[in-house]
Structure formats: structure tokens, C-alpha cells
Design a protein around this ligand. Structure first.
Ligand SMILES: NC(=O)c1ccc[n+]([C@@H]2O[C@H](COP(=O)([O-])OP(=O)(O)OC[C@H]3O[C@@H](n4cnc5c(N)ncnc54)[C@H](OP(=O)(O)O)[C@@H]3O)[C@@H](O)[C@H]2O)c1
Length: 297
């Protein structure tokens, strides 16, 4: 089972300077977090370049001490592409930008309607054989899309990165509102949470503090007054920030979901990491869920 519960997402670092990225990396490592999430498209490759530059300037970091994950399969402005050649070419670009010989984990970023699963299998075999990628996973995939890949791919699919936060929680809503006619009962993802638990696939929650549809962060947002009241009350009880409580809500789920945080602020990252030491109660988990406007039958 994965023991890393917090992952530092690097989507938003592309316009930061090397010094502040270095500070972010140090804040993670000094607090026991060594897992970094990238994608070839973040800042059109700039996030990976800046991250590598920061690591190069930081003599305390050895490659084997950090976990580097990146994603491929989105061709900016064009389409999705899981062809063998594109996957291999993308990984070569990622390795070059990250200035590393191998990725610990490669994820396929978003499903490609034209996927030929045997091509994915050939790409994964080659990348694994050449030592360029050690473990594989997907992102934003439904159970049957993973099953299709699994029929051909030789390596286990170990991760599925999905959007999940207190407000954006269809992952649990459709299981809770099962057999009802409410909005939340709609099964948009093929019960992917239960599927991942049944198949030992670790879910990584992206955008853990974002409102639906890229409307910004829900912490302190006027759009979620009740949720923020409960977050602040529990923050007082546990002696941490509201952001830490929102993180603890994700960590409380028994599926051992990992939180992929996107902050570029070293102090905020430390607040988020402090959630590892908190286990909110069952009652508090449901209170937060309801305060975000969800319903229970
Ligand atoms: N697989 C996918 O399809 C997919 C899609 C999107 C993202 N991702 C991954 O998920 C990671 C996280 O995504 P995200 O950046 O959208 O997540 P997030 O952690 O929900 O959002 C971070 C953003 O919210 C801001 N923010 C403002 N107030 C905040 C508060 N109180 N607490 C926390 N953040 C606050 C942060 O600003 P500051 O920087 O000033 O703190 C930052 O701009 C990305 O870096 C990427 O690795 C994956």
C-alpha cells in the first residue's frame, strides 16, 4: 500500500522563479514529503524545466530520495494521443526536461477515444525495459477504460488521478445517493472509487481546494459560507488551518486517497502537510460534506 499521502503538484510553478520553487521543494522535503507530480503540458514543459533547475541548485537532494511522477497523452490544442510513438516521444521529452534518467511513475493524462491498447502495451514494455519508467497509472479514467488497458498492458495499473474535493465529490456522492433521482445519484464515473479499491489502484485527488468548473479556491470563498464556517470551527478545534481540515477530509476516506496539492506557497504547503496528523471523526466528515451543499437520502 502507498504510504505517501501528500503529493506536491507542479502545474502552477511554471511562472515562478527558481528560488521560490526551491523553497517549495525544501518545505516538502523538510516535512517528510518527497513525491512530486508533473505533466508534460504544465506550462508547455516549463514546470518540469524550472523544477529540474531548482533541484540542480539544491545540493541536498539526491535523485533516489524523491519520487517523480509525470503524465503524457494530451497534445495541446490538438487532441489526445496514446499512440506508441507519441507516448515514447513524450517520455523522452519529460526525462530531458526533468534532467533525470527515469520516472518513478508515468500516468496517461486523459482518455484517448482512439486508443489502441496494444500500442500502449508496447510503449509501456519498451519504457519499462529501458528503465525509463518504473511504475504506471492513469488519470481521469473510468473503470472499463482501465479494464481495456489491463487486457493488454503487462505492468500493473497502480494509480488513477481524479478530481476530488469537498465540493467536487461525485466519487462518493453517487454511492451515497444510490437508487435516487437526485443530481448526485448520477453515476458519471462508473463507480470508479469502488473499482479502484477493489483493484488496489491508489486514487490521487487533484485540485483538492478548487470549486467546480475552475471557479477558484473554496477556502474563504463567499460561494461556500456554511462549508467555511464548519472548516473554521474544526480548524479551531484541531489547532490547524481551514486548508488543513479540507485536506484531512480527503485523507479520512479509508481508500487511502493521496492529495495532489497545487499550492506554490511554501508556508501553505506546510499547513497542508500538517493534516497528516489529524483524523477527523466520522460525524465531522459528514458535517463537512453536507455543509458543501450535498444531500443524504
Ligand atoms: N490529472 C489531471 O487532470 C489534473 C488536473 C489539474 C491538476 N492536476 C494536478 O493537481 C495539482 C493540484 O491542482 P490545483 O493546483 O488545481 O489544486 P489546489 O491545491 O486545489 O489549488 C491550488 C491553487 O489554489 C490557490 N489557493 C488559494 N487559497 C488557497 C488555500 N487556502 N489553500 C490552498 N490553495 C489555495 C493556490 O494559491 P497559492 O499558490 O498562492 O497557494 C493555488 O493557486 C496540480 O499541480 C497538478 O499536479 C491534475
Amino acid at each position: 500500500m502507498e504510504t505517501n499521502r501528500i503529493i506536491v503538484g507542479c502545474m502552477r510553478i511554471s511562472d515562478k522563479d527558481v528560488q521560490s520553487v526551491n523553497k517549495l521543494i525544501n518545505a516538502a522535503i523538510e516535512n517528510g514529503i518527497n513525491f512530486f507530480d508533473h505533466a508534460d503540458i504544465y506550462g508547455q514543459g516549463k514546470s518540469e524545466l524550472i523544477f529540474a533547475e531548482a533541484v540542480k541548485n539544491n545540493s541536498g537532494i539526491k535523485r533516489e530520495d524523491i519520487i517523480l511522477q509525470s503524465k503524457c497523452g494530451i497534445r495541446p490544442g490538438i487532441c489526445y494521443d496514446f499512440s506508441k510513438d507519441y507516448i515514447i516521444k513524450s517520455v523522452d521529452g519529460i526525462l530531458q526536461r526533468l534532467n533525470t534518467e527515469y520516472l518513478d511513475i508515468l500516468l496517461l493524462h486523459r482518455p484517448d477515444a482512439l486508443v489502441e491498447p496494444y500500442e500502449v502495451a508496447e510503449a509501456f514494455d519498451e519504457l519499462y525495459r529501458n528503465g525509463k519508467v518504473r511504475k504506471f497509472g492513469v488519470s481521469n479514467h473510468k473503470p472499463m477504460q482501465i479494464e481495456l488497458l489491463k487486457k493488454y498492458v503487462n505492468q500493473p495499473i497502480l494509480y488513477n488521478q481524479l478530481q476530488y474535493s469537498i465540493p467536487v465529490s461525485n466519487l462518493v456522492a453517487n454511492g451515497l445517493e444510490v437508487n435516487m433521482t437526485s443530481e448526485g445519484s448520477l453515476d458519471r464515473d462508473g463507480s470508479v472509487l469502488d473499482y479502484c479499491r477493489l483493484n488496489d489502484i491508489t486514487i490521487q485527488a487533484w485540485s483538492p481546494f478548487q470549486m467546480p468548473n475552475w471557479q477558484g479556491c473554496f477556502i474563504n470563498s463567499e460561494a461556500y459560507p456554511e462549508l467555511n464556517n464548519v472548516l473554521n470551527e474544526l480548524a479551531g478545534k484541531y489547532g490547524v488551518s481551514a486548508t488543513a481540515i479540507a485536506t484531512a477530509w480527503i485523507l479520512r476516506h479509508p481508500a487511502n486517497i493521496q492529495v495532489v496539492t497545487g499550492t506554490t506557497n511554501a508556508d501553505r504547503l506546510k499547513e497542508i502537510i500538517s493534516a497528516r496528523d489529524i483524523k477527523i471523526t466520522r460525524e465531522e466528515w459528514y458535517r463537512l460534506y453536507l455543509a458543501a451543499g450535498h444531500i443524504l437520502p
